[in-house]
Design a protein around this ligand. Sequence first.
Ligand SMILES: *[C@@H]1O[C@H](CO)[C@@H](O)[C@H](O)[C@H]1NC(C)=O
Ligand SMILES: *[C@@H]1O[C@H](CO)[C@@H](O)[C@H](O)[C@H]1NC(C)=O
Ligand SMILES: *[C@@H]1O[C@H](CO)[C@@H](O)[C@H](O)[C@H]1NC(C)=O
Ligand SMILES: *[C@@H]1O[C@H](CO)[C@@H](O)[C@H](O)[C@H]1NC(C)=O
Ligand SMILES: *[C@@H]1O[C@H](CO)[C@@H](O)[C@H](O)[C@H]1NC(C)=O
Length: 544
Amino acid sequence: MLSFYVLIILLIVSFVVCVKVSPREKDSKRNIVLIVADDLGWNDVSVHGSDQVLTPNIDSLGYHGVTLGRYYSNCICTPSRAALLSGKYAYTTGMQGWPLTGGEDRGLPVTHKILPQYLKELGYATHLVGKWHVGSSREEYLPTKRGFDSHFGHRLGSIDYYEYTYEENWTIGKVSGMNMFRNQTAAWDAEGYATDLYNNEAISIINSHDETKPLFLMLAHLAPHSANEGALLQAPPEVVRSMRHVESPERRIFAAMVKKLDDSVGDVVEALSRKGILNNTIIVFISDNGGMTSGVTVNYGSNYPLRGIKLSPYEGGVRVNGAIWAPENVASHLYEGYVHVTDWLPTLLKAAGRDPPKNIDGHDLWNKIMKNKVSSRSEIVDIDDMQGYASIISKNYKLITGTVFNEYSNYQGKELLGVIGNPPCYIDAIKNSKAYKVFTKMGRSVPIDISSVRNALKIECQKQIKADDVICYPGNGTVCLYNIKKDPCETTDLSKEYPELVNKMLKVLNIEKKRVIPRVPTIRQPRANPVYFNYTWDVFVDVV
Ligand SMILES: *[C@@H]1O[C@H](CO)[C@@H](O)[C@H](O)[C@H]1NC(C)=O
Ligand SMILES: *[C@@H]1O[C@H](CO)[C@@H](O)[C@H](O)[C@H]1NC(C)=O
Ligand SMILES: *[C@@H]1O[C@H](CO)[C@@H](O)[C@H](O)[C@H]1NC(C)=O
Ligand SMILES: *[C@@H]1O[C@H](CO)[C@@H](O)[C@H](O)[C@H]1NC(C)=O
Ligand SMILES: *[C@@H]1O[C@H](CO)[C@@H](O)[C@H](O)[C@H]1NC(C)=O
């Protein structure tokens, strides 16, 4: 009799334990694939309404999952990658301002724990393929010393798509070296177009992944960043030829670079499906900042009609593409709440079954995004004491103070949008894309109407700006205030109309300014010159 009761109790206990533990165990085993594009602008993905440059695989992630309509990042690569990895505003880690150059002994301080370190603690296998750019002067800054089991890719801002050289303009002349590494070793054996190379590496990691562990794969593509001066735009000729409908010859090459990036997203989705783990994988796609329509690293990307480009806190520099595909059983939707680059760390940790850390700026938005609930984020702060601006988004308004690069904070890229004849058919491209086919075959319907998403994301400017119109630029004590919901193109300064709101926002900024870790100046160390390292940009500071 006693044993009967013991049996019953055991049964009840095991039932309760099963019910309590299994969903969590299942949750904690979800794989995460984080794909980051480099300098991909608002108007460079077709989900935002243009048929000129088609990105059916990238768009499908959102159509079958969640399209982020108000995803914000930093306007420069090093700060946005530091924020992505740490979950902290870049100005609180000293990583704000001009991106890292090859001769600098600077990096995201190792005192900050980063996403792969958290995931490794949860048992994840962690791999970085592609760009790093948050420090490579010392071994301790390298990805394999900071939570990644492996790294294959470039450590600095960009490389040549075929030779993997990175070049800088020093006072002694041009300085150049190879910047492709496999873990700590120069990858002299690497061959092929960089986007293919990174794509193949990502697929081989997926194929050989040991499923007893969850997988974290960060695929930080070079594309569509420009390469070095003299050969800024590079894509396989046959792909460029397939873009003949693009009127601008430069943007035609850029479109081919984006096509290779989009194809890679399709290949990754297909590889996950073939491996049989797509149903347990979260895929995030983001751009690090806006497109670089003009200037030193011009790639002929377009953020039009948004104002500003990469390096500017105006919308074109910071409002970028974001999409999530998740195995959750949720209705696909367009998420209109604010999501910021710092939010990925807590959000993905939550998705992996861990409570997010407290000492960060990011918000855990996992359930809000998945269930289409109001975002807990209503404020986004960006401070750059090097360029000299501070900006804050608060609810519907954005305030910019200090000084910005005016030449990067105007309207650019409209002239790049011309099409010869008819553009390719978008719906056909979607239906023929690998990602769409895989998701559809999986039984994930598209309850959301594709054209309704595109229409909702098509930016209508409140006012058309003509060349001789005077628009607000911050500086000399002038601040600029915009209603970015009603006036997404930031045409109309409201600071005179709402002085109290300006004061309120300035107060928040002044409090935030106390948290700034001052940006140290960019100091070039001649000993970093690749001539001393067999023509590679390698670690040049030995720490004993
Ligand atoms: C380096 O790379 C290989 C695979 O490419 C991996 O197996 C190895 O563990 C990596 N990590 C380190 C720290 O060397
Ligand atoms: C490189 O330096 C030379 C001479 O100072 C200058 O003319 C040129 O514009 C610079 N190029 C870039 C990309 O900064
Ligand atoms: C995913 O699919 C595979 C086979 O197709 C199946 O064995 C596995 O249980 C599925 N996993 C989840 C989490 O649904
Ligand atoms: C600030 O004032 C100086 C001197 O009057 C002027 O040269 C400069 O263009 C002004 N800057 C801005 C951003 O208005
Ligand atoms: C030095 O560079 C060459 C390519 O220029 C490469 O073949 C060789 O293996 C490198 N040597 C070492 C020691 O890494």
